[in-house]
Design a protein around this ligand. Structure first.
Ligand SMILES: Cc1cc2nc3c(=O)[nH]c(=O)nc-3n(C[C@H](O)[C@H](O)[C@H](O)COP(=O)(O)OP(=O)(O)OC[C@H]3O[C@@H](n4cnc5c(N)ncnc54)[C@H](O)[C@@H]3O)c2cc1C
Length: 487
């Protein structure tokens, strides 16, 4: 049985607080399953240190939702979300920009599309005000890593302990017209996606060493004295990475592998620039999150070949990123143990990333819709930990509370594979098991799949298309073929 009908389930609205990645997805999923929603958002009246506009689901840093490879854990998570008609993934596909194997978007169009869809749903009432007290009834707090101070205090009172936190950094954006296209070259690593989706700034060894030297010695913005220096490993500022060793960036975001400059040689290192919009008017420096002082960023980043005259539209920044100790406080359905009518979704739960935040919003909505349908709190089984969406909750609830750290989706969070599976077949085995278990769960709980889920066949189809393209390219380069064609 499908539960996507427009018939209302129960009169009492669910209060979703925060219209970011998680809150927008949650509100949308609830509404389309017949559950009325009041979606509270404080922007644009009151903003956060990282947001700049009033639209929902604003991407505050990178414009990428990570890999779209069906066998990559992030690609699998997207496909699982699409089974339930995800707002975030659908809007991302509609507003995507070329980005090799990643799903990246025009951030302005993406946020506008999410906002348009949510605002036009008849079961969603949008309230543009800061929430400073917990509303009555069912509440989903999706206020993100930059939850307003007043609400953070309320949550602190409820949980009775300090938040955990780490620091997150934003990468700079440059104006496309200010770039030197005689120096930069267009290419994707290993020719993925369109084959030329990124601009690449090539370094010689000498240029790289000079750049590294300036990067590690440039002045950083001070953290407040009570703030610990604690960065999320997956999002380290570039200067912190550089401090770990002269070659560390060359093995990370500046790695030259899979790239050839127009002269056919592999550069010593590269900086990749990913387009921000379809018009290619702006580009972000991939992996160049930074907490250098702004003047220092301009000075050092203009040493990147091709960026000598770069006009910076946004500078790299660093922000505190708040999350709770989920293993202590959350159950598998994202309910706060101390007060189960309050649920958390998004980054504040301790998942990391746009995609993962949206996925938790989706999961919370499925549970709430099920409860309303079955008229029973906590009804139905939790999503299996062998699926990507269930693996996130497993990380949140089964990690050690002493060492809890936020995580992106990765196969390490999934339940172990049974039996011996060869390394090269492992990703397919995880994805296939996830497909069976997710579809089984959906069927048992009355959710009709809205899109096919078959990551293994999809990956095979992509590979075979790539092989065909490669063959066609090789044939076009082969002089004997050209001769045969009468060229
Ligand atoms: C500086 C920074 C950079 C990041 N960079 C990346 C990145 O490059 N890639 C990535 O995948 N992830 C990144 N993240 C992590 C994270 O994925 C994003 O922050 C993501 O937006 C989290 O989604 P969310 O829905 O939980 O929160 P958000 O998208 O932040 O949404 C929360 C919403 O709640 C609203 N709000 C807050 N308090 C209240 C209140 N009291 N009343 C009403 N509304 C309220 C906010 O205005 C906001 O709209 C970054 C985080 C930070 C802080």
């Amino acid at each position: 049985m499908s539960v996507t009908a427009t018939k209302t389930i129960g009169d009492a609205a669910v209060h979703v607080v925060g219209a970011g990645l998680a809150g927008s997805e949650c509100a949308w999923q609830l509404a389309r399953r017949g559950v009325p929603v009041v979606l509270h958002e404080m922007r644009p009246e009151r903003s956060t240190p990282a947001h700049s506009g009033g639209d929902m689901a604003e991407l505050v840093c990178s414009n990428s939702l990570r890999s779209d490879d069906p066998l990559h854990a992030a690609g699998l998570l997207k496909r699982e979300m699409e089974v339930f008609g995800s707002l975030v993934i659908d809007s991302a596909r509609e507003t995507r920009v070329p980005a090799g194997g990643a799903l990246a978007v025009d951030r302005r169009l993406f946020a506008a599309e999410v906002t348009r869809r949510v605002e036009s749903h008849p079961l969603v009432e949008v309230s543009r005000r800061e929430v400073t007290q917990l509303p009555e009834g069912d509440v989903v707090l999706a206020t993100g890593p930059l939850t307003s101070d007043a609400l953070a205090e309320v949550l602190l009172g409820l949980l009775g302990e300090d938040y955990l936190y780490f620091y997150d950094a934003i990468a700079p954006i440059v104006d496309g017209e200010s770039l030197d296209m005689d120096v930069l070259f267009a290419a994707s690593r290993y020719g993925k996606g369109g084959g030329a989706d990124y601009l690449n700034a090539p370094f010689t060894e000498e240029q790289y060493l000079a750049f590294h030297q300036e990067l590690v010695s440039a002045e950083v913005a001070e953290l407040k004295s009570f703030e610990k220096k604690l960065f999320f490993e997956g999002c380290l500022p570039i200067e912190e990475i550089a401090r770990r060793g002269v070659d560390t960036p060359r093995f990370g975001c500046m790695k030259p592998v899979g790239l050839r400059a127009p002269d056919g040689r592999r550069p010593w290192a590269v900086v990749q620039l990913r387009q921000e919009d379809l018009a290619k008017s702006h580009y972000n420096l991939v992996g160049f999150q930074s907490r250098l002082k702004w003047g220092e960023q301009k000075r050092v980043f203009r040493m990147i070949p091709g960026l000598e005259k770069a006009k910076f539209e946004r500078m790299g920044q660093i922000h505190r990123n708040t999350f709770i100790n989920a293993p202590t406080h959350l159950d598998r359905r994202y309910r706060i143990r101390e007060c189960p009518r309050i649920r958390l979704a998004g980054q504040i739960t301790g998942v990391e990333g746009y995609l993962e935040s949206a996925a938790t919003g989706l999961a919370v909505a499925l549970y709430l819709a099920l409860e309303r349908r079955l008229s029973e709190a906590g009804a139905g089984e939790a999503l299996p930990p062998t699926t990507a969406v269930g693996a996130l909750a497993r990380h949140l609830t089964e990690s050690s509370p002493e060492n809890f750290q936020p995580a992106n989706i990765n196969y390490g969070l999934f339940g172990e594979l049974g039996g011996r599976v060869r390394k090269q077949h492992r990703r397919a085995a995880y994805a296939d098991r996830a497909r069976c278990d997710l579809l089984g769960w959906a069927d048992r709980n009355g959710f009709e799949p809205e899109k096919e889920l078959d990551p293994v066949s999809e990956a095979e189809a992509i590979r075979s298309r790539q092989r065909e393209m490669e063959r066609a390219r090789e044939e076009a380069l082969d002089p004997r073929t050209a001769e045969r064609a009468g060229a």
